[in-house]
Design a protein around this ligand. Sequence first.
Ligand SMILES: [Zn+2]
Length: 473
Amino acid sequence: MLDAIEHHGSSVQDALTDARHTRNCHPVHRAWARDAVQAYLAARARHEAGGYPATRPVRAEWVGLDRLRKPDARGIVQYERTAWGRRYATEDGMVREIWIPSIGTAKEDRSEAEIAAAAAVAATGVPARAGFGEPYRKIETGVLTPQRVRVVGVGLGDGEPRVLADWDVDEAAREFDEHAKARYASVLDGGELRPGSGCTTCEGLLGCTALPVLPGLLGVPASRRPRKRRSVSISDLRIYKACPARFHATRTLYIKDGRAENEAIRRGRAVDAWLTDRHRQRPRVPCRNVPLPTELPGLAEDEMETAVRMIREHHAFCPLDGLTDGDDIRPQWRVAAYDPAADTVIIADPDLLYTESGGWVWRETKTASRRTWEGRSLLHTYPQLALAVLLMASGVPGGDPRRARIELEILREDGSVCEEFDPLDPATRDEASDIVARLAAGWADDETYLPHPGDHCSDCEVRRWCSASGGPR
Ligand SMILES: [Zn+2]
């Protein structure tokens, strides 16, 4: 829609109502896009009203091109730096801007490297184009180089622009040298394997030593129609189960309205973050030997007491107690596996992985305000555990599966517990396969993602764009 308005002379109204732009979009996506376009245009207007000189849209991509006479040590003859975003320039070409949209509000935590890299593309990039799989080629000659560049973040939720960089080109070059150059080099030379959702588009997926191949892990048949390789986590599948439309909008498209999370969720997150940070510290000190926190990010003063009590409850279960120097400990370590039957990369983020007597222990920590309903199995209540059982039974993350163990630490204000599961126990495995397969069943073949309205609509991040929720449109 923005291309139609900014590059092809369409009126805003025509672009918003032209069905061609949203032909392949889910209804929630379509409704969101109409709002986002208007928020974006409002941000552009606000920026100009704030005293910045008028700029107009630039259609051609800017690419930082470095062409070498002969291949360098990496075997490269052309380096290409691009920046994702929308491009603008003043009429005389002396000022260039790159606008980088974010879903809710303009991101506050963009790194200096990221901002400097974008600014450098604006400062020295040339209009260029590339065919599929081809190197970029300059498409215009005699284009003036700018004297000044800006990087502007923009929130598609609140329509607020945020100027991240406003530099003359010398400053942009200095910032690039200082913050971005070394990062580019480390990316180019990096050889570490870090499997995750990015594996879905990796050509090396099938030969990769870091991504275990586990046929049938999800327990779903191959898709009836060819579709793009996907990645999925258990929390994705839980959201899908509650409402396919919410899953598609929030987990595939990352749309959200920026509403505040409820206290229980914020508390769980704050407790998790504190424990993860603690467990990452070196030298390792068991949590009982450090002072309790006096504040936690995201929690108000009157919300602290419960959280602190939960952290104190953790003292009884802290895995650092009794850990030897030879043991490994990995808080929030991403685990991934590939299921070729479902053509899906399955992602898990255990709260903690640690070794004990040559085997891995997979720890999930949950905060709960109430007692878990005793009649329901813990694997059902916390299906991440079911996936952990299946992965560990298949030898992920490694080590001796006979020594592998899963732990569920439930922190309550009082009466906390730490339950253990043996991934090789046949009954546990059967139950886990069943739980994961049931969760994945509908998801695997869905192409329409119909909304499934219910009580969960009340805290849904995409409610305002969903016609089925009864929320405002
Ligand atoms: Zn601890």
